[in-house]
Design a protein around this ligand. Structure first.
Ligand code: PTJ
Length: 243
């Protein structure tokens, strides 16, 4: 129904996909508003990966590859938008994939795990416990999964959990188009890029990073710099929006 010739074809198709996933229960209704917010920030970025985001993606790959127990945390929006990209990143990085939801029901966890498995991911499931120091349902996770992770990738995250995970001593990598969000500011490393662009970049970097480069870019990690570069890219575009 959406003509390929439409100038916003990709964006409209993605919205249709998410609306369908909201109807089936994979995406929470609130997830649709989260997507809208992300789209607005992506406009400001020019819907492309900036140099500073690409650097953040390489650092993310280096952190995942050098971790002892890396985990990719998946919520409804992430599964709907990027299940195959999650499976691909799992293969290149060796990370464990675990579902963690804000609007948690056992039925949604199951649906999202099924979607990830059908895309080729090896999902870590089993008995969840209320292990994270949070008052909401993102506290539920697996003891041998994200509770024990040393490095954790959290796309489209909630600031509370990012802060709690950092407080537990974990290295937290966020993917968030909003460089001003609490998540973006609390994470150890924030990738200000659209999820479906960010994940393949991280996978690519997992393939081609040398050990020496990994060491160097991890040592150079400065999240304030990366966030300020993202804000600079957005304000730069705003300043020249009508040129
Ligand atoms: O599936 P559930 O129940 O766990 O719920 C997940 C949502 C997304 C509803 C929940 O995590 C949430 O409320 O998220 P927030 O607090 O709205 O934050 C989402 C952040 O992700 C916002 O800052 C958006 O700008 C950003 N975002 C949205 N879509 C994308 C994105 N960042 C990167 N890529 C996107 N596609």
């Amino acid at each position: 129904m959406i003509p390929r010739s439409h100038p916003r074809y990709r964006s409209l198709v993605t919205r249709e996909l998410l609306a369908g996933c909201a109807k089936s229960g994979i995406v929470s209704w609130e997830g649709l508003t989260a997507h809208g917010r992300g789209e607005a920030f992506d406009y400001l970025l020019g819907e492309k990966t900036t140099d500073s985001a690409r650097l953040a993606e390489r650092i993310a790959a280096a952190l995942l590859m050098s971790a002892h127990h890396p985990v990719i945390s998946v919520n409804g929006n992430t599964a709907a938008l990027a299940a195959p990209e999650i499976a691909a990143l799992q293969k290149t990085s060796g990370a464990l994939v675990e579902v963690n939801l804000f609007h948690r029901t056992e039925a949604r966890v199951q649906q999202i795990e099924d979607l990830l498995r059908s895309a080729g991911a090896d999902v870590f499931s089993g008995k969840a416990e209320r292990l994270l120091p949070l008052d909401h349902d993102r506290a539920w996770c697996r003891r041998e999964g994200m509770y024990s992770a040393d490095v954790i990738l959290v796309p489209l995250e909630d600031g509370d959990r990012a802060e709690a995970l950092v407080g537990m001593g974990k290295t937290v990598i966020a993917v968030d188009l909003n460089p001003l969000s609490r998540t973006a500011r609390k994470a150890t490393l924030t990738i200000v890029d659209e999820l479906t662009r960010a994940l393949p970049e991280i996978s690519r970097a997992c393939h081609d990073l040398t050990e020496e480069e990994s060491r160097q870019i991890i040592a150079s990690l400065d999240n304030k710099y990366l966030l300020s570069e993202a804000i600079r890219a957005m304000t730069g575009r705003l300043n020249h929006a009508l040129d």
